[in-house]
Design a protein around this ligand. Structure first.
Ligand code: FNR
Length: 184
């Protein structure tokens, strides 16, 4: 029997009503039957301090273990000041250390993002892709999921309602599964 492909998703926003958390939950609703998507909350990962990298916080250990247990990752990034938020960068920095113990090494990853602006996190996503190079991750190139003007695509219950965006996320999940199976 084929085992399910396990995907770990996380959003670079801690905000309760976060659009990025909303699109991640939408992905969870739509994940194909051959896969499962668990969501990891980055809240509680402390600011990275290299002096303490050999005694990581419990939350960092938990994060690294969850990444290692997953076959693939799905990152939903907001855009802060034309880049990825510190919360996400800090989580990736924490998971990559100490040197030689990079939990992200060799992981297939799909990237998406939602913003209130017109470019839908494009600039943040390309900064994230740049970090993927040094982290030795394998980002999926296509489709790119950049959710612009996100406030017009969700309802009052925190659900993604825009059909085109939902289709695009479904397409991303399907492509990630093919990509992760190919790299396995
Ligand atoms: C923003 N926002 C924003 N939007 C954008 O399209 N480009 C940007 O560079 C920025 N910069 C930025 C900086 C900071 C500090 C904040 C708080 C916000 C707006 C951003 O898209 C909006 O707040 C989203 O709602 C953030 O994502 P979540 O929290 O909804 O997932």
């Amino acid at each position: 029997m084929d085992t399910k492909l396990s995907i770990l998703g996380f959003a670079g926003s801690l905000r309760q009503g976060s659009y990025n958390r909303i699109i991640l939950r939408a992905a969870q609703e739509m994940v194909p039957s051959g896969a499962e998507l668990k969501i990891f909350d980055l809240a509680g990962i402390p600011p990275f301090n290299q002096d303490l990298e050999n005694e990581p916080a419990e939350k960092v250990k938990e994060f690294k273990a969850a990444i290692r247990a997953a076959d693939a990752l799905l990152i939903a990034t907001p855009e802060y000041n034309y880049s990825m938020p510190g919360v996400l960068k800090n989580a990736l920095d924490s998971a990559s250390r100490p040197y030689g113990d990079n939990a992200l090494d060799g992981k297939p990853v799909a990237i998406m993002g939602a913003s209130m602006g017109m470019l839908g996190t494009a600039r943040a996503q390309y900064h994230l892709r740049q970090s993927c190079v040094f982290l030795n991750m394998y980002p999926l190139n296509s489709p790119e999921v950049m959710v612009a003007v996100a406030q017009e695509k969700v309802d009052g219950n925190g659900r993604l309602t825009d059909p085109k965006t939902r289709d695009k996320i479904a397409e991303l999940l399907q492509a990630l599964i093919v990509w992760a199976r190919r790299l396995k």
